[in-house]
Design a protein around this ligand. Structure first.
Ligand code: C2E
Ligand code: CA
Ligand code: CA
Length: 714
């Protein structure tokens, strides 16, 4: 592993500083010590030399003095010839000259010059005196020993004198040397103290530097540790790490890199948490309204059931369904429908208490989970009903969507629960069943769950299962109800579907068509109806009695919406060889209005081949001239509900007259269905409607019976 540059530098720097400092201090101190040493050793050498000279002088002069005594003694006792004496004398003169030279050198030495001028001067003078007296004494000794003795005794005095001087000088010299010694020791001590202080200062500086660096490193390490611990506990998408951001900017070395990595890690983590939250939102929330979806509701129900069991209170699950929302969706389009749902969701949200849960569980269906404080079921039910009625009233109002006013109402089903015995799915289906009950009770109402309705739902579920097999088992039949003109002559027939159930007998389309619509089975079933009708038409073509009859076939909205609807009809026509002019398709308003442009296209495509179109159940939907005029229609069929009351209810009579007028204005044929009485027929005729279908003329019949009736009528 490679050590990082910054950290390495941080540790090397103090070591380097220590090295340089100690090297510098050592160099300076050694240098000063060396020069001091050289200086003092020079002085000492000179002093020693001086001391040596002085002792040489002392030795030489003592020797010389003893010889002088010997020479003078020999002269006195006449042991020596004059020549010998003279030889001694001249040798002594020479030696004295040499010694004088020594004195001179001694006197000029630095040491003596510094010491005591008087002593040196005295030494010089007494030596000169001594020399002169000795010379004179030895000179005269051969001739006059007594005078020589006199001189010598004077010389002895001088000798003693300068001996005192030399003694004093020796003492001074010793003092002086000792002083110098002391001085040099002091200087050494001072130098040592200096080195010590410098080292101390150096060490302190290094220590401070190391401390500062250590503080800095430990600060970084602490910041990094803090950031890592923040990261490890982080669950939010907003994680600020200001220390790492500063470090990233300020440090280009390892710490900068670490900060970089941590910030990168943080960014990754934030991205991941955001993705998880988004996932969570997608899984548990509805994209349109932002409300919790069915899945989250299921979880919350589970939790609420547990809580209720612990606290011994009740929870209520409200299932809210908007009445006739589908119609608005079909009329105004999905975008407007979505906007309306968002408005309703906001409205609902504003009505709830804190802690209540509002979820969207289907297209126009919402669920509300309420916690009720009551411990008794009757009281809890009362409270739940009170709240539900309030919500129902709050939702029921006008909504402004895309410049249009829509009055909405809602039906609410309620299921109560106090523990987990029921299970979440059962609970949801109870609330839904209660909602159906509220719808059946006339909409805009609140209803509690009723087991009887559940049984009905179960029956429907069973029926749906069986309906799937009906096609394969060839259990579907077509009945035919004839249609008549003013002269009661048959002009055609409507094909009506029946289910020949093995146990239940003949099942009414009112019971299974909605089921088939919901499950999508209506598509293959509808195709079978058209195929069967076309086969029949092809058969009729060769029979003079039947060849002019038109056969009307009901087309459900879901089937009409199929992309290949036009193609499918054309294929059936081609395969059976039926004449398109004999085929009439009955559409409802909801089938056409959901996407009117596409409906017009499809109708035109088929109409150009000869197929005709009838608008079924006219008057029950949004029947208006506006769209009627755009649709390529051949016929409108007045809904039987108006026909039923045409005699009794003047309003219905007015509606029928309006429909007839509209048809006339647009040159569209009008037919009335559900004509049961002669009175109804006459009234219709008086308004200008001359085509009829109903029990008065014929009931829906199996093919054979229908043909028999036809023959009879003709
Ligand atoms: P619809 O298209 O309005 O059919 C007319 C209904 O009125 C038929 O009921 C018919 O038996 C009934 N009816 C005819 N004359 C009278 C009368 O004078 N008095 C009374 N009270 N009723 C009369 P049905 O056969 O039970 O069909 C019910 C509905 O089922 C039909 O209403 C239609 O919407 C649907 N349906 C029937 N066959 C098919 C089919 O092949 N395909 C599709 N998509 N729907 C079908
Ligand atoms: Ca019909
Ligand atoms: Ca009808």
């Amino acid at each position: 592993m490679r050590a990082g540059k910054t950290v390495l530098l941080m540790f090397l720097l103090p070591a380097f500083v220590v090295l340089v400092l100690s090297f510098g201090i050592g160099l300076v101190s050694l240098n000063s010590l060396k020069s001091q040493y050289l200086q003092s050793s020079d002085v000492q050498a000179a002093d020693l030399r001086t001391l040596h000279q002085e002792s040489t002088f002392k030795r030489d002069i003592s020797e010389l003095h003893s010889r002088v005594i010997e020479v003078l003694d020999a002269a006195r006792q006449r042991n020596m010839s004059d020549v010998q004496l003279y030889r001694h004398h001249s040798r002594l003169v020479n030696e004295l000259a040499a010694i004088e030279q020594q004195v001179q050198t001694l006197a000029e030495s630095n040491l003596l010059r510094e010491v005591n001028h008087n002593s040196v001067q005295g030494l010089r003078e007494s030596f000169t005196q001594y020399r002169n007296l000795v010379i004179m004494a030895t000179e005269i000794a051969a001739i006059d020993p007594d005078t020589a003795d006199q001189y010598f005794s004077q010389a002895q005095t001088s000798f003693n004198e300068f001996s005192i001087f030399t003694g004093r000088i020796a003492m001074l010299l010793t003092d002086r040397t000792m002083l110098r010694e002391r001085e040099s020791r002091n200087r050494h001590e001072k130098a040592f103290v200096q080195i010590f202080i410098f080292s101390l200062i150096g060490a302190a500086v290094v220590l401070l530097a190391v401390f500062a660096i250590a503080v800095r490193i430990s600060g970084h390490v602490r910041d990094i540790a803090d950031a890592l611990s923040k990261l490890s506990y982080n669950t939010s998408t907003e994680l600020r790490l200001p220390a790492m951001e500063r470090l990233q900017l300020s440090s280009r070395g390892e710490f900068g890199r670490i900060a970089n990595v941590i910030l990168g890690f943080r960014d990754d983590m934030v991205r991941r948490i955001k993705a998880e939250e988004e996932n969570h939102r997608l899984i548990f929330y509805d994209a349109l309204t932002g409300l919790p979806n069915r899945r989250l509701l299921q979880e919350q129900l589970q939790y609420a059931a547990g809580a209720s069991a612990r606290v011994s209170n009740y929870h209520a699950l409200l299932w809210l369904d908007l009445d006739r929302f589908k119609l608005i969706n079909d009329m105004r389009g999905h975008t407007a429908g979505d906007a309306l749902l968002v408005e309703v969701a906001d409205n609902l949200r504003s009505m709830l208490r804190e802690g209540d849960l509002l979820a969207r569980v289907g297209g126009d269906e919402f669920a509300i989970l309420l916690e009720l404080p009551q411990g008794l079921k009757a009281e809890a039910a009362k409270e739940a009903e009170r709240i539900a009625v309030g919500i129902c009233g709050g939702v029921s109002r006008e909504y402004q969507i895309e410049g249009h006013c829509h009055y909405l109402t809602a039906s609410i089903g309620i299921a109560l629960f106090a523990d987990k015995t029921m299970g979440v799915d059962a609970l949801l289906s109870q609330a839904e069943v209660a909602k159906y009950q509220a719808k059946d009770a006339g909409r805009n109402t609140v209803s509690f769950y009723d087991p009887k309705i559940q049984a009905e739902i179960n029956r429907r579920a069973e029926l749906e299962g069986e309906l799937r097999n009906a096609l394969e088992r060839d259990e579907l039949r077509l009945f035919y109800q004839l249609q008549f003109d003013q002269q009661a002559q048959p002009i055609g027939a409507e094909a009506l579907l029946r289910w020949q159930h093995s146990e239940r007998g003949l099942v009414s389309p009112a019971d299974f068509i909605p089921l088939a619509e919901e499950s999508g089975l209506i598509v293959p079933m509808g195709e079978w109806v058209i195929q069967t009708a076309c086969q029949l038409l092809a058969e009729w073509q060769s029979q003079p009695l039947l060849q002019d009859l038109q056969l009307a076939v009901n087309v459900s909205a879901r089937q009409f919406r199929q992309q290949d609807f036009v193609e499918m009809v054309l294929i059936q026509l081609a395969q059976t060889g039926a004449r398109p002019e004999r085929l009439k398709l009955e559409l409802t308003e909801s089938a056409v209005l959901e996407d009117i442009e596409q409906a017009i296209q499809k109708m035109q495509a088929l109409r150009s081949r000869g197929v005709s179109f009838s608008m079924d159940d006219f008057g029950t939907g949004y029947s208006s001239l506006q769209y009627l005029k755009r649709l390529p229609l051949d016929q409108i069929k007045i809904d039987q509900s108006f026909v039923r009351d045409i005699v009794a209810d003047p309003d219905d009579a007015v509606i029928i007259r309006t429909i007839i007028a509209m048809g006339q204005a647009l040159s569209i044929e009008v037919i009335a269905e559900g004509v049961e009485t002669q009175e109804q027929r006459e009234q219709l005729a008086s308004y200008g409607c001359h085509r009829y279908q109903g029990y008065l003329f014929a009931r829906p019949l199996p093919l054979a019976e229908c043909l028999a009736l036809l023959k009879h009528k003709r």
